[in-house]
Design a protein around this ligand. Sequence first.
Ligand code: ZN
Length: 302
Amino acid sequence: MTNVVIPPALGPDDLGPDTSPVAYETDGAVAYVTLNRPDYRNAQNSVMTYSLDAAFGKAVDDASVKVIVLRANGKHFSAGHDIGTPERDFNTFYPNTATLHWDHTRQDGAALDSNQRLAREIEVYMGMCRRWRDIPKPVIAQVHGACIAGGLMLAWAADFIVASDDAFFSDPVARMGIPGVEYFAHAYVLGARRAKEILFTGQRFTAAQALDWGMVNHVVPRDELQAKVDEICAQMTEMPMQGLFLSKKAVNICEDQMGMRNAMDSVFGWHHFAHAANDADSGDSLGGMDAKSMKASAEKKG
Ligand code: ZN
């Protein structure tokens, strides 16, 4: 960890078609935001999260962009939050904060360990995903390969998901004693009983199952994925911006009226009880689990 130099998060002017950890390009009225940390299965460290925020902001600010596609380079969409790569940057503060909380690395009396964790998760996990969910332009998640835990948060924050037939999903964090990832949309996107099954077992579910359960809109062969997304984008970009923006807002309001936002706030408290309880029991807020042991547990069962 000590010798690793973590690059700064990208700002809107730094982003380009080949930049890492997030690439950005436009084609006509479509902006493509691409997770680009393939060596680490697009695990989300803070550099990636803040770079993503910059990319979404750039797409929102560009008057020629009507639709945003969130996709990924490499074999997998996202392995989740970074809990074990050499570039894990849990304690790095980025000045381009979304100002949802104060600097979570601040070392004064108000920032004991548990406060830091709370501040970080309010800003970097829950807060960012909620803001992205309310981006005033349609966002399609184009998912292939693994979409695990924090990966689900990104895909769920999008308006809908188009997946390839090799995509698979899971939220296995109950193994850490934690009741699901921070952006707790599970019961809304899966239904209560499926949500319980995937949480209680931690098992992977396939693109076909996700389609059957209504979590994704389309499943296509891997080599047809981009074309399918582009075809849907072409239909959407024919629509007026106001119609797209207000339609999105209308459905999001309905989800919120169904309690999603309030439920997330409430579950976030239990989520942080879990982190704090783990910390009190073992000194580790993740219950002694890391990326390796999580993967090993998943493979043993799956
Ligand atoms: Zn957490």
